[in-house]
Design a protein around this ligand. Structure first.
Ligand code: 5AD
Ligand code: SF4
Length: 438
């Protein structure tokens, strides 16, 4: 008797793709597929792709090239491209890459089983529709066995903001919120299956409007679920931080003191050209209000350097904003012109100038990260243990502020939240000791 069919999924880019990959694996699981860890062991390979910057998009083609010998050795191997490159390039992928069997955009995953059947009959289907139905309504319920104590939950998809540099409104479409009742039900299932921390996901998560009140209200409702210990959310737009969500950071214990709030630039001129629709001063005022609600909150951001027209003075304004905020960590990117976006029409900043700015910004952000980590030494924080550590005898988890924390011993504590006294700051992680249970 043949064994079960084997599926390998590789996720690129953001956490929303990680969540979608889980849901695709579950959908194909209902069709008899089990997931495996390598393409070599698979009968079906799905690349869940990212289109946000040119490098991410091109990586998909080099990875597809690397699958060629596997397909030659096993002509029955099926290869699918999912995600945002699939959405943006559609049938072009089939033309460029004859080894690809199917192309499926992020809103059509519920149609994968039917597409797989078509592939079995020799077709090469492409589905990049934005169907009227919600894909999540057509995906199977979450299965009995899920991964560890942390889980993602997509509450919102798409974006209506149209920042001048960004492909998301084109690849993920208009903002759509999943209804509150569905989310509460899925969260309860996740908790029953062992999740202790849920991260709410959305391209514009704080624009969620799938029920009465906004995201703050949803967070408060989720906080009522027994057994759920922690809530986080990402990614937010500054203009959607409403009063109730800010207040939740002060009065909802389960909402962790961590917020990713991308600003992209500290120059009003560039913010305007990016169509971000707020100024640097408005962002700083917002940060002050959030910190008034939750003084120890750890803030993170995304930055783009070398946006078309960015002058030295504009870049200095970004450096000044970073100095003024003091981030726990942040992501910074060199501007990458994306086809179809308004900014792609404009003359780029010379590459060496952008490189030098990126280098300076990253050096400043690294210093801030180090300072934020060192400020934790001596403090006692909550840590939810997730897995054995890299070193034998260690166990690893995330602190309330989302720092990776390693402790010695405690192998039986996976899935448990304990108080930990931080004893040392290492590059990109903290070390600590579990404090005796009260
Ligand atoms: N070039 C560089 N960075 C980009 N981002 C989005 N689009 C681009 C682009 N064209 C960055 C932004 C965003 C993060 C997810 O990726 O900083 O917040
Ligand atoms: Fe892209 Fe975020 Fe701007 Fe939406 S808000 S267009 S996802 S950068």
């Amino acid at each position: 008797m043949p064994g079960p069919k084997k599926l390998f999924i590789k996720s690129y880019g953001c956490q929303m793709n990680v969540y979608d990959s889980e849901r695709m694996a579950e959908t194909l699981g209902a069709e008899g597929y089990v997931t495996v860890d390598t393409a070599e062991a698979a009968d079906m390979v799905l690349l869940n792709t990212c289109h946000i910057r040119e490098k991410a998009a091109e990586k998909v083609y080099s990875d597809l090239g690397r699958l060629r010998p596997l397909k030659q050795a096993n002509p029955d191997l099926k290869i699918g491209v999912a995600g945002c490159v699939a959405q943006a390039e559609g049938a072009e992928i089939l033309r460029r890459m004859p080894l690809v069997d199917l192309v499926v955009g992020p809103q059509s995953y519920h149609r994968l089983p039917a597409m797989m059947q078509a592939v079995g009959q020799g077709a090469r289907p492409v589905d990049t529709d934005f169907p009227a139905e919600d894909k999540f309504d057509h995906l199977p319920d979450r299965p009995a066995r899920l991964g560890g104590p942390t889980a993602f939950l997509t509450v919102q998809e798409g974006c209506d903001k149209f920042c001048a540099f960004c492909v998301v409104p084109y690849t993920r479409g208009a903002e759509v919120s999943r209804p509150a009742e569905r989310l509460l039900a899925e969260a309860r299932t996740l908790v029953e299956k062992g999740a202790r921390e849920i991260t709410l996901l959305g391209q514009n998560v704080n624009a969620w409007h799938g029920g009465e009140g906004g995201l703050g209200r949803l967070i408060r409702d989720l906080a009522q679920i027994d057994g759920l210990l922690r809530i986080r959310y990402t990614t937010s737009h500054p203009n959607d931080m409403d009063d109730d969500l800010i207040a939740a950071h002060g009065d909802c214990d389960k909402l962790m003191p961590y917020l990713h709030l991308p600003v992209q630039s500290g120059s009003d001129r560039i913010l305007k050209a990016m169509a971000r629709k707020h100024t640097a001063a408005q962002y700083l005022t917002l940060i002050a209000r959030i910190r008034a609600a939750r003084p120890d909150i750890l803030l993170t951001s995304d930055f783009i350097v070398g946006f078309p027209g960015e002058t030295d003075a504009d870049f200095e304004a970004t450096m000044a904003l970073v100095e003024a905020v003091g981030y726990g960590t942040a992501f910074s990117f060199k501007y990458s012109a994306r086809p179809g976006t308004p900014a792609a029409e404009k003359a780029p900043v010379p590459a060496e100038v952008a490189d030098e700015r990126l280098h300076r910004l990253q050096a400043l952000l690294s210093r801030q990260q180090k300072a934020a980590q060192e400020a934790m030494v001596g403090r006692e924080v909550g840590v939810l243990f997730e897995k054995p550590g890299r070193m034998a005898g260690q166990i690893t988890g995330k602190s309330d502020h989302n720092h990776a924390v390693h402790v010695e011993g405690g192998q039986n504590l996976i899935g448990v939240l304990r108080r930990v006294r931080i004893t040392r700051s290492d590059p990109n992680s903290l070390a600590g000791e579990i404090t005796p249970a009260p």
